[in-house]
Design a protein around this ligand. Sequence first.
Ligand SMILES: Cc1cc2nc3c(=O)[nH]c(=O)nc-3n(C[C@H](O)[C@H](O)[C@H](O)COP(=O)(O)OP(=O)(O)OC[C@H]3O[C@@H](n4cnc5c(N)ncnc54)[C@H](O)[C@@H]3O)c2cc1C
Length: 457
Amino acid sequence: MDHDYDLIVIGAGSGGVRAARVAATYGAHVAIVEQDRIGGTCVIRGCVPKKLFVYASRFSEMFDVAESFGWAVDASFDWPTLVANKDKEIARLEAAYVAGLEGAGVEIIRDRAIVTDPHRIRLVNAGRELSARYLLIATGGHPRLPNLPGRELAITSNDAFDLGQLPRSILIYGGGYIACEFATIFAGLGVETTIAYRGDRILRGFDEDLRIGLDAGFEARGVRRIYETSIRSLSRQRDDVLVSFSDEVEAPFGAVMFATGRTPNTRGLGIAEIGVELHASGAIKVDKYSQTTVPSIYAVGDVTGRAELTPVAIREGSYVAETLFNNNPMAVDHSQIGTAVFAEPEVGTIGLTEAEAATHGDIDVYIARFRPMINTLSNRAERMTLKLVTQAGTGRVLGVHILGPGAAELIQMVAIAVGMGATKSDLDRTMAMHPTAGEELVTFKAPTYVYRGGARQ
Ligand SMILES: Cc1cc2nc3c(=O)[nH]c(=O)nc-3n(C[C@H](O)[C@H](O)[C@H](O)COP(=O)(O)OP(=O)(O)OC[C@H]3O[C@@H](n4cnc5c(N)ncnc54)[C@H](O)[C@@H]3O)c2cc1C
């Protein structure tokens, strides 16, 4: 049967753009449909603007330390300048994405798509239908809002990048990495910042030493944390938002931001109606080749709820193109994914946490805690943590967890060794580089403690 295209991709974010470009370079006739800006969450309202804002927020720390190195700094900050420069950079990146797609021969269609059968979509605005041998759903996700009175008064990460002005104070509701990163941004830019979270501590699922360390880092920077508390309702109080908490306390904040998770964009897409199975969360069920339960329809990225990270979406997208158009079926390995939290202090992590590893058998745990050299001339007492979790006997590295300056960059490199199955003796053989923080990872002597038979000794 003849189709208009070999592949129609819905969503021009990290996963969709990569799949479309790679498929086109293999000679496929490809269209990509996007209802908003090209680049998706990561480029327009995620990783990129977030990291730029984290950089902006970190200057305040650098100015603090600068004095101990002899500098006198008289600094001021202008929010509109940051927002305008961020917008310029995003426009540049968006143009590069468009050029990349067009250069590969992908047709860009700016519209909203709805799937009407296993090979067809309808363009909502243009009102016409298009068909393809394969459809790829790469529609990402959106911030999930808790269902509580006054929720329309809160902002989400989508809005935070374009506020007209910085609020005097902000309450961030949530304890995941997005909450922690925005707490870092706002606090670093001088906004009185509070985190409210239902759990007992931020960063659930991360190694305990990272959770405790970041919590202490927030304490040192004046970021308040209110744990085991939820929000009951929001209401307007003059220029502020009045927050009513589950413990009966009420308090006004200049702004309230919800960072309470993300929901896959599958509602109204027409896919459930034609037999594409979804998880209870709304995410699309896929096999290891990202194929859905309808054989001509594939799905990648956040909409599949596997690991909601840009490099994962990109890898999944390019492997779908390999599988479908290069006669080379490839399945993404989701087992060893390094992640970072661009908070202050920064978090980088790969592999099993200490608690997870301890349930798998005997392990050795090595921990280095020290003042990063940049703090040694000032009275800043904050310490950096490097933690190595290895399998007893084999010495196989099961997890590496870092808190402090450069943690993300360090983990990116360590991830290569961990992925190759590195052991403690491989690290020991590696010559240290001095003076660095990372040298601690290759100079550990005896374990700090061990687990034998499930018990910590
Ligand atoms: C604040 C924030 C910070 C983040 N920071 C990081 C980070 O530091 N590192 C990292 O790895 N990840 C980060 N992420 C996650 C990362 O942005 C996502 O994992 C990634 O963008 C997922 O890519 P995707 O292709 O699945 O979807 P998206 O990038 O979300 O793209 C989906 C696209 O589909 C479009 N679309 C949806 N429905 C339709 C339709 N029916 N028709 C047409 N178009 C449609 C949307 O408009 C969107 O452009 C962050 C996310 C957020 C929110």
